[in-house]
Ligand binder design. Structure first.
Ligand code: ADP
Ligand code: ZN
Ligand code: ZN
Length: 763
């Protein structure tokens, strides 16, 4: 390796290795040779790592002029190179990553990498253009054609600022039919050529009819006034609790209008599944002369790069996107407001490391940008409700009425125990009540939404013999196999595990007793089959939405658009249909089974059920016509279902918080969940017990630790799972505990241990 570092070092950088695990929390130091100077914070560079000096990508965390004091007189190696595309993250995002890395116990290198979209990183969509200019000393022994001379004259007449110039532009100015004359001139040395690479700006444009802002109701104006007063006054946090259709989006629009005056920027978050494009269209209509950048997964790779670059250059006034848009490189000084719509949505939490919550990272970002953050929802998360009503660290704003012209849906709970008795013990899919309402809606030309939060045709394959309790399970997971048909109306099918995605053939007979097997239960695919067989509508007027029908996110948007235009009369599906649809024609919402979440062994089961039922019922009553929602349940007395159907969020939330407080559960405490994973059951259990003992040994009295226990999903993809949780009254205490555990090397986020701070799922 002699000669590797033979240039003098002129400054120093601290870097985080991109793919490293948690080994170097504070970063590694390298020297910067003259030829690579300057290097900036947030840049991606290549450094030699380890004994073999393996070239490794790393992020620059800080830069210093003076050498650090290293233990043991270690030699400081030099940076190999800068990333060819010299992409860098702004400094405030580097500090945000440091915070995330420590708060969520994730290594900083991978956390920084999460922030930069793959296409930006890989330079996808960068175009190279050739520009030409006149040279100082042109050759004098070459005879020029008329056209060539005209090109030179044209160039000479251009103001110097306009040179160098793109070839196609020059062709136009010199009225050339081909670029031949320009190429000849460069070959003979009359023109110099320059290559420039950049991402070309490409703003999404809709057919925009400018829309005036509607006159706000008094309630809306009061809220807009209260929050807009806080613009420019530093950080403040606001929760907008407004029933579905109460005009929350109108409030966002008005606040954005205030915030982006005089060059300010706004970030708006929406859940991935909802309609980023529709919201984008609404924003573009409202702000026709402003630039809206969109960041979500339906874009092509080069579009994602373009949108990111437009944000980074400060051109975009409004950034709209799903979870990862919180890392949009909006210039921090210009950032004036952050809005998180549907803040209760679980898709804001990332379930892979770094396991961050987009809403909480957004709060952190607002506090460093010193701007207001507004969280909005018809069913706020218990966390946000707690913060606004008990901790008073966030201001509550309430919209109790629907917007003018909208009616609240009538919601009816149907007790399926009675329906089952009437059907002589068979569990019917539709109650008599729902059947009648479907017929009535169809007769009145209304549109219908049917929610069933279970995919596939039949969720269970079991033995037909009452004496046998065989059920088909996944060979790799502790779960039942789900039966899927190739097409809803064709008998050909297969079984699939929803956790590891392995597929198998359907057995004809029970392997235990050789009796025939039966397919039990109803998933969305079977629901679709039943509807297609019983409802006399043309086939293109019925559609299903779930992850099986929306492999591409554009399929989802396409179906939702067709429903919005009224082309689809009956739309059925999983919780995907519960979000964000604002369609006037909906006269009936049917919840086929409100109990899919209620029995889950997760302390948020009730909250989720409440959210789902309220959100889906809120999809109707958006027009002037009378609308109804029918909620089928075997738990007609469950508070989550009763209160959701009565639209009593506050009562539910206060009751739920009371229960959480009595049991010491979040949000009244702060929790971290450790999931130990291993290939053998005994070893997993042993490791989890050992982890519990170690954590216990360093826990102060304010930390509660639950002993190791098998997770609800005991095995996924051949990996056994055990969990241990730790809770504290405050985030600070919990963070201190995590820091101690990391220092002692008791915990490290890796393949065998998932550390989940503020977990949203306990399965
Ligand atoms: P939310 O976001 O709370 O579900 P929206 O902002 O989408 O509600 O409003 C629901 C509907 O009511 C939209 O079609 C919207 O244009 C309309 N709307 C909202 N506020 C007003 C108002 N002040 N006057 C008239 N219509 C309104
Ligand atoms: Zn499986
Ligand atoms: Zn059997």
């Amino acid at each position: 390796m002699a000669g590797l570092f033979d240039e003098p070092t002129i400054s120093f950088v601290q870097v985080a290795v991109e793919r490293a695990v948690d080994r170097y929390p504070k970063g590694l130091t390298y020297g910067v040779p003259q030829s690579l100077s300057p290097i900036h914070v947030g840049q991606l560079i290549t450094v030699p790592l380890g004994k073999g000096n393996t070239p490794t990508e790393a992020w620059v965390l800080s830069v210093s002029e003076t050498p650090p004091t290293l233990a043991g007189n270690k030699e400081i190696k030099q940076v190999f190179s800068k990333n060819a595309l010299t992409i860098s993250l702004p400094e405030d995002l580097v500090s945000l990553a440091s915070w995330m890395s420590s708060y969520y116990c994730a290594a900083i290198g991978p956390t920084l990498s999460t922030m930069l979209p793959g296409p930006v990183r890989k330079g996808i969509g960068i175009k190279t253009r050739t520009l030409v200019n006149l040279v100082m000393c042109p050759p004098n022994d070459v005879k020029l054609t008329k056209k060539q001379q005209y090109v030179l004259d044209t160039l000479a007449e251009l103001p110097t600022n306009d040179r160098p110039i793109g070839i196609s532009k020059l062709m136009k100015l010199a009225s050339l039919g081909s670029r031949g004359p320009i190429d000849r001139l460069s070959e003979h040395g009359f023109l110099s050529t320059h290559q420039v690479t950049n991402v070309e700006a490409a703003w999404f444009k809709q057919n925009i009819d400018t829309k005036e802002m509607p006159t706000l109701t008094d309630d809306q104006s009061r809220i807009v006034d209260a929050i807009s007063k806080k613009l420019g006054e530093g950080y403040s946090s606001h929760l907008l609790y407004g029933v579905t259709g109460s005009g929350k989006t109108e409030i966002y629009m008005q606040l954005i209008d205030h915030a982006i005056k005089d060059g300010g920027k706004a970030i708006v978050h929406v859940p991935e599944i909802s309609l980023p494009q529709q919201t984008a269209a609404r924003l573009m209509e409202r702000f026709p002369d402003k630039k809206v950048a969109i960041l979500h997964s339906a874009l092509t790779k080069s579009q994602r790069h373009q949108q990111w670059a437009m944000v980074a250059s400060g051109e975009a006034d409004i950034v709209l996107g799903a979870r990862s848009a919180i890392f949009a490189p909006v210039p921090i000084d210009a950032l004036n407001i952050i809005i998180v719509d549907e803040e209760h949505d679980h898709s804001y939490k990332q379930d892979l490391t770094p396991r961050y919550h987009g809403r909480d990272v957004a709060i952190r970002r607002a506090s460093t940008a010193k701007c207001p953050i507004l969280l909005g929802s018809a069913t706020p998360s218990m966390e946000s409700w707690w913060n606004a009503t008990r901790r008073n660290i966030s201001t509550l704003h309430t919209l109790t009425h629907r917007a003018p012209g909208l009616t609240l849906p009538k919601v009816e709970i149907v007790n399926m125990r009675i329906a089952r008795a009437a059907a002589h013990g068979v569990m019917p899919v539709f109650s008599r009540e729902l059947e009648l309402e479907i017929q009535r809606s169809l007769a009145n030309e209304g549109q219908i939404l049917l929610l069933l939060n279970r995919r596939g045709f039949a969720p269970w394959i079991v033995c037909s013999s009452r004496a046998c309790d065989w059920m088909m399970r996944c060979e790799h997971c502790e779960t039942s196999m789900v039966y899927h048909r190739r097409k809803p109306l064709e008998e050909v099918g297969f079984v699939r595990c929803h956790h590891c995605a392995k597929e198998q053939r359907v057995p004809k007979i029970c392997p235990d007793c050789t009796k025939p097997v039966i397919r039990l239960g109803v998933g969305t695919q079977r629901l679709e089959a039943i509807i297609r067989e019983t409802i006399p509508l043309p086939s293109n007027q019925i559609a299903r939405l779930d992850t099986d029908t929306t492999r591409k996110i554009s399929d989802l948007h396409d179906t939702l658009d067709r429903f919005t235009r009224g082309e689809i009369r009956v739309l059925l599906g999983t919780q995907m249909i519960a979000k964000g649809l604002d369609v006037e024609g909906v006269t009936l919402v049917g919840v086929i089974d409100a109990d899919t979440a209620i029995d889950l062994p997760d302390f948020r089961a009730s909250e989720r059920t409440f959210q789902l039922v309220s959100q889906v019922c809120g999809r109707c009553g958006r027009g002037s016509r009378e609308a109804k929602a029918i909620v089928q349940t075997y738990n007609p007395q469950a508070p989550a279902i009763v209160l959701a159907s009565e639209g009593k969020y506050e009562e539910f939330a206060n009751r739920e918080l009371q229960l959480r407080q009595e049991t010491g559960l979040p949000p009244t405490s702060r929790m971290v969940r450790f999931v130990v994973r291993d290939d053998e059951f005994e070893r997993t259990a042993g490791r989890a017990d050992a982890l519990y003992e170690r954590l216990l040994s360093i826990a102060s009295p304010s930390i509660q630790i639950t002993p190791a226990a098998p997770c609800v999903l005991t095995r996924i993809a051949d990996r056994f799972r055990f969990d241990v949780t730790a809770s504290a009254t405050t985030a600070g205490e919990l963070q201190q505990f995590l820091e101690d555990a990391r220092q002692k090397k008791y915990i490290e986020n890796n393949r065998d241990l998932a550390i989940d701070v503020d977990p949203v799922s306990m399965l």
